[in-house]
Design a protein around this ligand. Structure first.
Ligand code: PHE
Ligand code: ZN
Length: 879
């Protein structure tokens, strides 16, 4: 795994390969001990390749058995083969066939990349560079080939044999012990989209008729016994297929679409052509084991992987620097799908919340990188919130910039022009420049420049003159390797909210271009003047979060309270509440640090009471307004010399103050919202539950509260309410939490996905001894370092979602994380690297913690050997 530690890959060095691979024939012979892979590659020198140019194929940890050129065994001098590379020294200057045999040991593959076994099922994971762990190949996304895959396996252990495309042959050996299947995928694809699966799996089948009348077979494969838990995933798939036809005009292109759920998976899911492989967490659901959030997650990820069939597979990426071309765009598409399926406003707020906790945090620390990076050392570490979530925001920003019609036309142009190609961000943006008739060169700066732009707004209003002036400045803070930043085009959706809550329309606007309700900020400074504004107005800016920026406006508490009560834009209403709470929380943190008693402002609390009781508002929206900014949000607002304990104390104090002031009313409301209706995981049902459970979080802080919560725990007839009650008890530090935890464990002991929730609940508990509990749980029989879901649930949740406990002042949290990273590194470096990125906030800490975190980062860095994955993360963190 040390293969390219320290080797930088640069966008500027891009060159096409000297040879093309037209077809690939793969033959897998699966046996319990070894797997023999025979790959026959049909290669052609590309036009312009000088005769005799060596062919260099990628490998990773491979064992070569034999190699033939056009059927004839190659002399030893004709090639060089090591674990990580194969070189054919003097290839023919004409098309030729190379047949390579390798031996693999899938049962020993703990990295979960390449061909591995998950609970006995053979499966593959090839993105980004896993195919080279199966056979030597030009393992890069711009090499598109047609694949035929033959799998031979013991019939008893692996009755199900799957690969990409359509099954074209199958049979059983005379003795009945082994059988085989041959699959052919007619669509040229890069190696990262290759997949095969072999195992003893249950299956659920359905079908879908495309808009042109073709019938597609849909199959979901799961472990035996889990078939009934696939219904929601199947329904989501069919809705996603229909939606992509209706909204993006995209139809499915094979006769069969398969999803396989496996238990051991490094990521969420993978869009392999016609054969998506999923982390079972994004497939399996029933009301007793999955929460509303899980259902929404399944719907989203099923749609996401399906949508990749066009954005990623039919049009792929030229190189891994263009990863956001498929990921950002596909996240944008899945966000739109979920918005259409549920509440658009609630979805938007949820997405912005995720963007801030995950991406803004990344963008403000040592791991910040552009949406389209220009250099990487380990591509696995670039499957980040910046590529995915900020990448999706940029598509949305582009749409706000050029308008809906030009956006739709640009998408159509992109599909028409680049189908079957490996494209770049420039190719993509060029389609919109053309459809909008606009120079989009300034927009590309968003892709090149890391860091979150900050818009600072000052306003002044001369009512007598009817003139409202907004002074808007933009600046992006420096990020690693990019000290100086350029301005970016920022579409600011706006309204001027008048006294009755309706937008006041100015008679003229100068100082920035305006299209519809979008103010186009392009320079570092704008003075925007609105004329004809004689009423008292409050500017509502960045409606719908129209660009991924930090907006620092000079609106005071009264103006924010007004927006919270009256803005027609639900995002800005929510944002007004968040801003008010954040102001309080920062002041309260300072008070705690100074040994004073933190006090909340009365205005916010009163407003929260009003919103909670406003029956005209969607309950899901009310729940979001009642949820305070997270500890990480407060830390980012403070920015430096962070004391996570003070932040946690301040946040708990504000929660308590809200509970004390509004408890009576919250109780009445929660009682009125109680329902005996059967569980349905739709927007309405989950919204009602979100509000009741958010109110419950406050009620548990009152005398007698925990006892009531324990009753709610016992009465719950679904996982959403049961888990919410248990988490509430833990957050409140109530002794009743122990009762709930014990019951939860007994009830769900047979279901690893439910046990994950039990682990998360304990890992995110407040209090000084959470680390000891986490350490104890690593030795619990239900826990395993070999399973990424377990590791993320216990250790990922502790280090990423429990800042006060992880950042213990004695540094024990850092030492624990370093131990885990070092232990996992040799087995699953991708997972180890992901965990290590929890150190990314270390520089913003106060000096004591900072020194302790740095010492542990250095301890990891000093270990040898260390994977390229972890080396990359720790050296960037320290850099
Ligand atoms: N491409 C996958 C997605 O849909 C994510 C992934 C990346 C999965 C790398 C496995 C390995 O987002
Ligand atoms: Zn994706």
């Amino acid at each position: 795994m040390l293969r390219h530690a320290g080797t930088a890959v640069r966008l500027a060095d891009y060159q096409p390969t000297p040879y093309a691979i037209d077809t690939v024939e793969l033959d897998f012979r699966l046996q319990p001990q070894t797997t023999r892979v025979t790959a026959t590659l049909a290669l052609t020198p590309r036009p312009g390749t000088p005769a005799g140019t060596p062919l260099t194929l990628d490998g990773d940890d491979l064992r070569l058995v034999s190699v033939r050129l056009d059927g004839t065994p190659l002399a030893a001098e004709a090639f060089e083969a090591g674990p990580d590379t194969f070189v054919l020294k003097v290839p023919p200057a004409r098309p030729f066939r190379l047949t390579i045999e390798t031996d693999l040991d899938p049962a020993a593959n703990a990295a979960l990349s390449g061909l591995y076994q998950s609970r006995g099922t053979w499966c593959t994971q090839c993105e980004a560079e896993g195919f080279r762990r199966i056979t030597y190949f030009l393992d890069r996304p711009d090499v598109l080939a047609v694949y035929t895959t033959r799998i031979e396996a013991p019939a008893g252990a692996a009755p199900v044999l799957l690969a990409n495309g359509n099954r074209v042959a199958a049979g059983t050996a005379a003795d009945g012990a082994t059988h085989f299947a041959v699959w052919h995928d007619p669509w040229p694809k890069p190696s990262y989209l290759f997949a095969m699966v072999a195992g003893d799996l249950g299956m659920v089948e359905d079908s879908f008729v495309t808009r042109t009348g073709r019938e597609v077979t849909l199959r979901i494969y799961v472990e035996h016994g889990n078939e009934p838990r696939t219904a929601f995933a199947m329904d989501s798939l069919k809705r996603a297929m229909r939606w992509d036809e209706e909204v993006f005009g995209r139809e499915y292109d094979l006769d069969i679409f398969m999803i396989v759920a496996v238990s051991d998976f490094n990521m969420g899911a993978m869009e392999n052509k016609g054969l998506n492989i999923f982390n079972d967490k994004y497939v399996l659901a029933d009301p007793d084991s999955a929460t509303d959030q899980d259902y929404a997650g399944i719907e989203r990820v099923i749609a996401h992987e399906y949508f990749h069939n066009w954005t990623g597979n039919r049009i792929t990426c030229r190189d891994w620097f263009q990863l956001c071309l498929k990921e950002g765009l596909t996240v944008f598409r899945d966000q739109e799908f979920s918005s259409d399926a549920r509440s658009r406003a609630v979805k938007r707020i949820g997405d912005v919340r995720l963007l801030r906790t995950a991406q803004f945090a990344e963008d403000s620390g040592p791991l910040a990188h552009p949406v389209r990076p220009e250099i990487y050392h380990e591509i696995n570490n670039f499957y980040t919130a910046t590529i995915y979530e900020k990448g999706a925001e940029l598509i949305r920003t582009l749409k706000a910039l050029i308008g809906e019609a030009a956006f739709a036309a640009g998408m159509d142009l992109y599909f028409a022009r680049h189908d079957g190609e490996a494209a770049t961000i420039e190719d993509f943006i060029a389609c919109f420049a053309e459809s909008a008739g606009r120079d989009l060169a300034p927009f590309l700066v968003w892709y090149r420049q890391a860091g979150t732009p900050r818009l600072t707004v000052r306003h002044s209003h001369d009512r007598a003159a009817g003139r409202l002036v907004l002074d808007i400045a933009q600046a992006t803070p420096p990020t690693p390797g990019q000290p100086d930043k350029q301005p970016v085009p920022v579409p600011v959706r706006f309204g001027l909210v008048g006294p009755d809550g309706r937008d006041v329309v100015p008679s003229a606007i100068s100082g920035a271009e305006v299209t519809g309700d979008v103010l186009h900020i392009t320079a570092a400074q704008h003075r925007v003047v609105f004329e004809g504004v004689h009423e008292a107005v409050v500017p509502s800016l960045l409606r719908g979060f129209s660009a991924p920026v930090v907006l620092a406006s000079d609106l005071g508490p009264a103006d924010r309270l007004f927006l919270l009560a009256h803005d027609s834009d639900p995002f800005c209403r929510w944002e007004a509440a968040q801003g008010l709470a954040l102001t309080d929380l920062v002041a309260m943190t300072q008070a705690v640090a100074a040994g004073q008693k933190p006090a909340a402002s009365a205005g916010l609390i009163a407003a929260l009471g009003t919103v909670a009781e406003d029956a005209a508002l969607d309950p899901a929206f009310r729940a979001l307004v009642l949820q305070l900014p997270g500890e990480g949000d407060i830390a980012r607002e403070i920015g430096h010399d962070i004391d996570p304990a003070a932040i946690a104390t301040a946040r708990a104090a504000l929660k308590q103050a809200i509970a004390d002031a509004l408890g009576e009313r919250f109780r009445t409301l929660a009682d009125a919202l109680a329902s005996n209706a059967p569980y349905v995981p739709d927007a309405a049902g989950s919204g009602r539950r979100a509000l009741v459970n958010t109110l419950g979080d406050y009620l548990a802080l009152l005398p007698g509260g925990p006892q009531r919560t324990l009753l709610a725990y016992r009465a719950a007839d679904n996982m959403t309410d049961r888990l919410a009650a248990m988490t509430t008890l833990i957050a409140a530090g109530a002794p009743e939490a122990e009762t709930a935890l014990a019951d939860f464990h007994d009830r769900h002991r047979a279901d690893p996905l439910a046990i994950d929730k039990w682990l998360v609940a304990q890992a995110t508990a407040p209090g000084g001894d959470t680390l000891e509990a986490v350490e104890r749980l690593t030795r619990h029989p239900a826990f395993s370092f070999a399973n990424p879901n377990r590791v993320r649930s216990l250790i990922g949740a502790f280090t990423m979602s429990n800042p006060a406990a992880f950042n213990r002042p004695d540094g024990a949290g850092y030492r624990f994380l370093a131990d885990v990273v070092l232990d996992l590194d040799s087995r699953n470096p991708q997972l180890a690297a992901r965990l290590a990125s929890a150190f990314r906030t270390w520089r913003a800490l106060e000096s004591g913690r900072r020194a302790l975190a740095e010492a542990q980062l250095k301890r990891i860095a000093a270990r040898s050997p260390l994977s390229a994955d972890v080396t990359d993360i720790v050296s960037r963190c320290l850099g």
